[in-house]
Design a protein around this ligand. Structure first.
Ligand code: EPS
Length: 390
């Protein structure tokens, strides 16, 4: 499968086309909308989220609740567009109008794409960069992830993204007995965190950052269960699935680090403490008692839950702006103030879940792929029974 996204933060809509989804997969707008709503939630979001009510419109590739195998087009309207039509319109405008309406941005915000994008694409108005680099784009990435999750769920593979840390406050209780419990408990928390005590402290830290005109980041975790052994491959660097997941997670706005399993901590542990011993269970096949490697060995899944961590930096749009330089006058100035969120880590957990879902679904199709979901199911069942008997 492959996909492209298009759309500006304050343009009319965000769009994506997904190609390569097999036929006969049940899919409705509601399957996607529930994930879009999850992404919109979270303590620390700014005023924009009160304007938007993200809902998808499917205009191709799905008929009467099932995929046809044709490219699937998804649209999500920007409700804010009505305030931006003149500023963001596609039709030419006069120089006079330009001065009046353009909301030209000449003071790059440190930490954003503004300056690099302006130099690279030779834009004197950095709004041309800002509009596309905005994390608004993650809306359609979640829509794409929802389609991927629908495919994975057909094979009982389930995922959940939740928050481990915000502004240095860590969740102390990460225990759950099932993916269902993980999903419901994290959904109940306003910061998508399992630990109620830590959730409260995280919300206080977000309040403080907001009051100070500042922003805070954090760490999210994505867990995927019932993943078969052997997604990805050891045979070539660009087929290693943990590497693909890392790329996908790092491509999410403001993400600066990725870990699989114990991740960086592995560098500080002994080999005997890191690696998961192999056991054999009659009727079930090979397994492990521990999962420190987060479900990966040799770039392939090993049948244990896939565990991915992503680190998000604080959003660089600050009400207390950092120093910058005006690109027209070359004078030092405080960077432009744009409306923003003080913390988007809870939403980022949903985006990260979508990114991991996409990579898993693609690797799944690479291994079991066919044109119809029924044929894929047959390949999968055959492989699973052979793996159990191995
Ligand atoms: C964003 C700035 C804010 C966020 C936006 C990402 O938008 P605005 O500039 O309209 O206030 O709310 O996130 C979303 C709109 C979203 O859907 O997540 C930025 O600069 O990245």
């Amino acid at each position: 499968m492959r996909f492209l996204t298009a759309g500006e933060s304050h343009g009319p809509e965000l769009t994506t086309i997904i190609e390569g989804v097999p036929s006969h997969l049940p899919l409705t707008e509601e399957d996607i909308n529930k994930h879009l709503q999850r992404r919109q939630k979270g303590y620390g979001r700014g005023r924009r989220m009160q304007i938007e009510k993200d809902q998808v419109r499917i205009t191709s590739g799905v008929r009467h609740g099932k995929t046809t195998g044709a490219p699937i087009t998804l649209h999500v309207e920007n409700k804010d567009w009505k305030h931006w039509q003149r500023i963001m319109g596609s039709e030419p405008i006069s120089e006079e109008e330009e001065k009046e309406i353009k909301r030209k941005l000449t003071r790059p915000r440190p930490g954003h794409a503004d300056l690099n994008g302006a130099i690279k694409y030779r834009h004197r108005d950095m709004r041309n960069v800002l509009e596309r680099s905005s994390a608004r784009e993650t809306t359609v990435r979640v829509a794409v992830g929802a389609v991927a999750q629908k495919l994975l769920e057909y094979f009982k593979i389930e995922l959940c993204g939740h928050v481990l840390e915000i502004g240095g406050i860590r969740s102390n209780d990460c225990s759950y007995t099932s993916i269902y419990e993980l999903k419901t408990k994290s959904e109940e928390s306003e910061v998508r965190c399992l630990d109620a005590e830590a959730s409260k402290k995280m919300m206080e830290a977000i309040d403080q950052a907001k009051e100070d005109g500042d922003s805070i980041g954090g760490v999210v975790e994505v867990v995927a269960v019932n993943v078969p052994i052997g997604l990805g491959s050891h045979v070539h660097y660009d087929r290693k699935l943990d590497g693909k997941i890392a790329q996908s997670v790092l491509s999410i706005n403001a993400f600066k680090g990725v870990e699989i399993g114990v991740g960086f901590e592995a560098a500080r542990m002994l080999g005997s403490q890191v690696h998961d011993e192999i056991i054999y269970i009659e009727g079930e096949g090979f397994s492990r008692n521990t999962n420190r490697l987060g479900g990966f060995e040799g770039g392939m899944t090993n049948g244990m839950p896939v565990v991915v961590h992503g680190a998000m930096k604080p959003i660089p749009t600050l009400y207390k702006p950092l120093q910058s330089v005006d690109i027209d006058t070359k004078e030092p100035f405080s960077a432009s103030i744009e409306r923003s969120d003080s913390c988007a880590v809870p939403a980022a957990a949903v985006v990260c879940e979508a990114a991991v879902a996409w990579e898993l679904a693609n690797a799944f199709l690479e291994k079991f792929g066919s044109d119809t979901i029924e044929d894929i199911h047959d390949h999968f069942e055959q492989y699973e029974s052979k793996a159990r008997e191995f």
